[in-house]
Design a protein around this ligand. Structure first.
Ligand SMILES: [Zn+2]
Length: 312
């Protein structure tokens, strides 16, 4: 283990402890009534739009969220690979669904866990709902020359633990690119983040977004490494794979968001006072389905379908 890696682990550990403390403080003050989750079977029998599928996870414990994803896939007859991991840091189950054939793999990750105390709708049931919806839409006619892998990870909120375990056993050579879907349910512009270098995958993503009428620096943004946040894609970046975060934000908040994510000290203070959407509900008891925007989920779905077509 390199020193750089150890330092990153310590930083992650501290960041996550801080977030947990802040969440506990906020939850203690929050008077929002808890979400009453829908029975899993009711969700499975219901509509398969991303928004309806958010209810598969919303308001459940992490153990229940994990088993709900597996139960959904089994009930819908979707074959998946189960990847169970266990270590000193924690344990959990990742699920991988492959669609299509081909040598190259486009991996779309969506973590199924949430921060305890938060119903975890935008973080990250929305991304799980989007992925499940995409599986339903693409299963009949997957791209002919590309394998799509939908990876549902555990324990992202503990330093992307599930994704780190998964990445260790992955053949990095077959990965054309990785997108980690995070906070996809609020906003009208797409942000591709942790995109430090120009890669052919990044060019394909940009071309796909422009192909559906989005304009760079207006309705979509490509930004470098964000210091305060991370997601599952960071488990794959050290393998030399182009790996980015995929998030939606309200374009009206662009300036406030820039301040929030790029200046850690001011960002930390804002964390306690007033955060711009979508971070006003992030990791709080208010992150519930009713705050999600159908138009945001529709845009995310359109953008991801365009990316899949462009990479294929
Ligand atoms: Zn998340």
């Amino acid at each position: 283990m390199s020193r750089g890696f150890a330092a990153r682990d310590v930083a992650l550990y501290l960041r996550n402890r801080l977030i947990r403390q802040l969440t506990r403080l906020a939850a203690a003050r929050d008077r929002t009534p808890p979400v009453v989750p829908l029975p899993v079977d009711e969700v499975i029998r219901g509509s398969r739009t991303p928004l309806a599928l958010v209810r598969l996870l919303e308001g459940r414990s992490n153990a229940e969220r994990e088993s709900a994803v597996a139960r959904y896939l089994r009930a819908r007859g979707v074959p998946f690979a189960l990847h169970r991991f266990s270590s000193d840091e924690g344990s959990g189950e990742n699920f991988a669904v492959d669609l299509g054939a081909g040598e190259r793999v486009l991996l779309l990750a969506a973590h199924h866990d949430a921060v305890p105390g938060s119903p975890g709708a935008n973080d990250n049931a929305a991304a799980v709902g989007l992925s499940l919806s995409l599986i339903e839409r693409l299963a009949a006619a997957p791209p002919p020359k590309l394998r799509l892998r939908f990876l549902f990870t555990a324990a992202e909120e503990r330093g992307y633990l599930g994704a780190r375990h998964y990445a260790r056993e992955t053949d990095a050579g077959e990965l054309a690119g990785v997108l980690s879907l995070e906070l996809c349910g609020i906003g009208d512009s797409v942000v591709i983040w942790d995109a430090e270098d120009e890669t052919s995958f990044l060019r394909a993503v940009g071309a796909a977004l422009e192909g559906i009428g989005l304009a760079r620096d207006a309705s979509y943004h490509v930004v470098g490494r964000i210091p305060m946040f991370g997601s599952d894609h960071r488990a794959f970046a050290p393998l030399g794979v182009p790996a980015y975060g995929f998030t939606l934000v309200p374009s009206a908040n662009a300036e406030a968001l820039r301040q929030f994510v790029w200046s850690p000290v001011r960002g930390a203070i804002r964390h306690l006072i007033r955060r711009p959407a979508p971070f006003d509900t992030y990791h709080t008891p208010r992150d519930r389905c009713s705050t999600l925007e159908p138009a945001a989920l529709a845009l995310a779905l359109r953008a991801l379908e365009a990316v899949i077509a462009a990479v294929a």
